[in-house]
Design a protein around this ligand. Structure first.
Ligand SMILES: [Zn+2]
Length: 407
């Protein structure tokens, strides 16, 4: 067979030789890395003269391996859940209580960690959505639809009622702040609310609060829920802001309320958030001011957060535990969640009879009301044990390479 004679690039045999050289080079690098790695594991005193010489020869590789080890250790420490011991917790909570009493404008930022007691797994904790999906496990949806406001949600609502908290900014989509009775004017749900769908064609935007998760057919950049506006007939969309999206809806995101609250705040209390996403929203942190003029930061979280170094106080504890001690310290009662008082029932727009089959998610049944009859929940009990669509766990695939299917 004749070689390619177009005179352009390298010939076939040249390409093959190049490729072979590359493979050999990679193989040799791999061998050096593994050899140096083995030698580094040996205590220095036990290394032979020869071995020490090998390490000197491959100093760059040795240094690179040491850097990697340091990075791994740091990452491991950041993922660990730490709990303060009882005495330390009490001392810190006394400090937090004093700060709350003295604050003129306290703003609370919340993340998934405040909903874990409601059986909603958090995102990045050891049992979080992210972690579970990364291990190839599925997420149970059965508890998800039965979630109710936690002790922490009820405490926050009480603190607002007592005029100790001005505003709450949440990155949770579970709607539990709203359901705890916190007024919407005091709430910014930055990433949306799974119970709210809207008609963006109506002006002003028309909201439909539902008693079920409206997001089962929606995903990144695909927000249509399949139902239609009762007024103009256009398709409704969910309010969820996925990774990589920019939330533009005025409500329930309420960016205006969040930005104004942060601007005026003298204390910020962060509860159960890794702050990895929230830290990117510059206006929430008044970073344009010198450090001494920014609101004082108090953080309650089990894991490391990127704001820990800037915080006046970091409390390593579970939100419900910390909040219950805090309320005791503030001499405030924690009301139990009462379904009868859940505002979602008065806010909700019922589905029209012909819309009964537009979703298959479980419906929150009103207090003393009948069990859901609009969705065929009976049939789906087996199938629905893992979430197929919706807001939950979405965005996870972003930046993650698809695995090649083994044939
Ligand atoms: Zn409309």
């Amino acid at each position: 067979m004749a070689e390619e004679a177009d005179g352009g690039g390298p010939s076939r045999s040249e390409r093959k030789a190049l490729e072979k050289a590359r493979i050999l080079q990679r193989e040799s690098e791999r061998k050096i890395f593994s050899l140096v790695g083995r030698l580094l594991k040996k205590p220095e005193a036990e290394r032979s003269e020869e071995e020490a010489a090998v390490l000197r020869l491959h100093r760059d590789t040795a240094e690179e391996l040491c850097r990697r080890q340091v990075r791994r250790n740091v990452l491991k420490r950041k993922q660990e859940e730490v709990c303060d011991d009882v005495e330390e917790l009490k001392t810190k909570i006394r400090l937090l209580a004093a700060a709350i009493k003295q604050a003129n404008r306290l703003v609370v930022y919340t993340g998934a960690g405040i909903s874990t007691a409601a059986s909603i797994p958090d995102y990045r904790g050891p049992n979080g959505v992210w972690t579970q999906l990364q291990k190839g496990r599925s997420i149970s949806s059965t508890d998800l639809s039965k979630a109710q406001p936690t002790l922490t949600h009820m405490c926050i609502r009480t603190l607002h009622k007592e005029k100790l908290v001005k505003h709450v900014v949440s990155q949770n989509c579970d709607g539990l702040h709203l359901r705890s009775g916190l007024p919407r004017s005091a709430l910014s749900e930055l990433h949306g609310n799974m119970f709210i769908e809207v008609c963006a064609s109506c002006s002003p935007v028309r909201e439909y609060v539902r008693l079920f998760d409206v997001t089962e057919r929606t995903s990144l950049h695909r927000h249509g829920t399949g139902r239609r506006c009762h007024h103009c007939g256009d398709e409704l969309r969910d309010t969820i802001v996925h990774f990589g999206e920019r939330g533009t809806l005025e409500q329930p995101l309420n960016w205006k309320g969040a930005a104004e609250a942060a601007e005026a705040a003298d204390v910020i209390l962060c509860l159960g958030s890794s702050l990895k996403v929230l830290k990117k929203y510059a206006c929430l942190w008044c970073m344009n001011r010198p450090a001494s003029k920014r609101p004082k930061l108090y953080i309650v979280n089990l894991q490391w957060t990127p704001k820990d170094d800037l915080a006046v106080l970091k409390i390593n504890g579970k939100c419900d535990e910390v909040m219950s001690l805090l309320m005791e310290e503030l001499n405030l009662q924690i009301p139990a969640y009462e379904k009868a008082d859940d505002p979602i029932f008065s806010l909700a727009t019922p589905l029209l009879p012909e819309e009964g089959n537009t979703h298959s998610r479980e419906v929150i049944s009103p207090p003393g009301g009948q069990e859901d009859c609009s969705a065929d929940t009976e049939e789906q009990t087996d199938e629905a044990s893992s979430v197929q669509g919706g807001w939950f766990g979405r965005g996870y695939g972003k930046g993650r390479r698809k695995k090649k299917k083994a044939s």
